[in-house]
Design a protein around this ligand. Structure first.
Ligand SMILES: [Cu+2]
Length: 120
């Protein structure tokens, strides 16, 4: 009797393990975006660094606030706009058109940067 129960428990664990494995395999594929991962711009001491990055069309740029005060990332032409980023929060934007995209921090407008997007 107890042996049977043990086996049933082991089978349940094995099935649970299979379900977890299947979920682990399925999730990243479903979340995969066509965009290429691109450079990271660190926001530190009221500076976007590097101040200018050059990417190709389809590249995602990620900003990370390494400062201990909030900042934002807002395009001059408003084509992208982050929420207020607290320390260690991130914002990503995928550039789909070539051009030069200046941006600034709406909380500290003297903070500026630029993304140069080249045709792929
Ligand atoms: Cu700021």
């Amino acid at each position: 009797m107890s042996k049977t129960m043990f086996r049933a428990g082991a089978l349940a664990l094995a099935l649970a393990g299979c379900a977890l494995t299947a979920a682990a395999i399925t999730t990243p594929a479903a979340a995969a975006a066509p965009a290429a991962a691109g450079p990271t711009v660190n926001i530190d001491n009221f500076v976007f660094g590097p101040a200018a990055v050059t990417v190709t069309v389809g590249t995602t740029v990620t900003w990370v606030n390494r400062d201990d005060i909030p900042h934002t990332v807002v395009a001059d032409d408003k084509s992208f706009k982050s929420k207020v980023l607290d320390t260690d929060e991130k914002f990503s934007f995928t550039f789909t058109k070539p051009g030069e995209f200046g941006y600034f921090c709406s909380l500290h407008p003297h903070m500026t940067g630029k993304v140069i997007v080249k045709a792929a």
